[in-house]
Design a protein around this ligand. Structure first.
Ligand code: BDR
Ligand code: CA
Length: 314
């Protein structure tokens, strides 16, 4: 079993990702840390705790992390997609969590779980990368305890928050730059180009509702998100971005990958938050070395080979 920590901003698709990990026999969910993103961090923390309670995983510790980006604060959140409470206005229907929030905060919990683990741990950031950038900066002694960082984020062709940038990277580009170009831990990027190819339709949601109480409770969180994706996709369905990243953790290798240099645009031009993925042949890259901006290699998921059976594990 893979030891896993999820860093998250629930978020409707985060809810699906958390449930997938919480209920899977193939991963050992050591903890959940929260970050601002889709909504404010107090709300994402409350949502994360309630989602674990829904899955009867009150044993999983939760700690609250960053309320704002590392460097440049901005008011942009994603209520337009996830609803005012991050869960289509339906979070009150979830069970209350009994376990209190860990007092030390997200970086403390991440550090403690890494310290205590006898084997390397996978971290799946499915929100802005603020907590992970902080962790890598303050605890270099723990880098070797991180097996890989499987990030839902980035875009190869075009973004969702802006024409160029995907939401998680756009929300804190300096943090994404720190994590992706530091070269300290193996990073895997599951970009939105790929997650869009794993959109689910209403039939899939109906089957999920019929699967049992957890499936029905998850489906009940989707109305605002579905309304958003009706606009984004042009049909009735939704993209469970974050669950695709967790599916890759549960079944490593279900997504096709390529190891390439990735840079993050941190200027304030129209491409702020873009992931610049160098897909040129290495031979050409070597020729243009003086003009190349990054060398740290990130594994980027570019294609999906299966029909993502792993997403049916609820
Ligand atoms: C990402 O942005 C958020 O709105 C989702 O939860 C997901 O993590 C997709 O771009
Ligand atoms: Ca998310």
């Amino acid at each position: 079993t893979t030891k896993l920590i999820i860093d998250t901003d629930p978020g409707v698709d985060d809810a699906f990702a958390i449930a997938l990990a919480a209920l899977s026999d193939d991963v050992d969910l050591l903890g959940v840390t929260t970050v601002f993103g889709n909504v404010g961090v107090e709300t994402t923390t409350r949502n994360a705790r309630r989602l674990l309670a829904l899955c009867k995983r009150g044993d999983v510790p939760v700690a609250q992390g960053a309320a704002r980006p590392l460097v440049h604060e901005h008011p942009h959140r994603a209520r337009y997609a996830h609803g005012a409470d991050g869960l289509s206005g339906r979070s009150a229907a979830l069970p209350e969590a009994e376990r209190p929030v860990e007092a030390g905060g997200a970086v403390w919990l991440l550090s403690r779980l890494l310290e205590q683990s006898d084997e390397p741990v996978t971290i799946a950031p499915i929100g802005p990368l603020t907590n992970i950038a902080s962790l890598l900066s303050v605890r270099p002694d723990l880098h070797h305890k991180i097996a890989r960082v499987v990030i839902m984020g980035g875009a190869l062709l075009h973004g969702n928050t802006t024409a160029a940038a995907e939401f998680n990277i756009w929300s804190d580009p300096e943090a994404a730059h720190r994590v992706l170009t530091g070269g300290e831990v193996p990073c895997v990027l599951v970009p939105m180009d790929l997650t869009y190819r794993c959109a689910v339709d209403l039939e899939w949601l109906d089957a999920l509702t019929a699967s049992g109480p957890v499936g029905a409770a998850l489906t009940a969180l989707t109305p605002d998100y579905l309304a958003h994706y009706r606009k984004a996709l042009g049909w009735d369905g939704m993209v469970i971005h974050d669950a695709v990243a967790v599916a890759e953790v549960i079944r490593p290798g279900i997504l096709r990958t390529v190891a390439v240099p990735v840079a993050v645009e941190t200027s304030f031009g129209p491409s702020r938050g873009a992931t610049v993925v160098d897909q040129r042949r290495p031979e050409l890259r070597a020729d243009t070395d003086g003009a190349t901006t990054t060398t740290a290699s990130t594994t980027v998921h570019t294609a999906v080979d299966t029909d993502l059976d792993a997403l049916r594990a609820f």
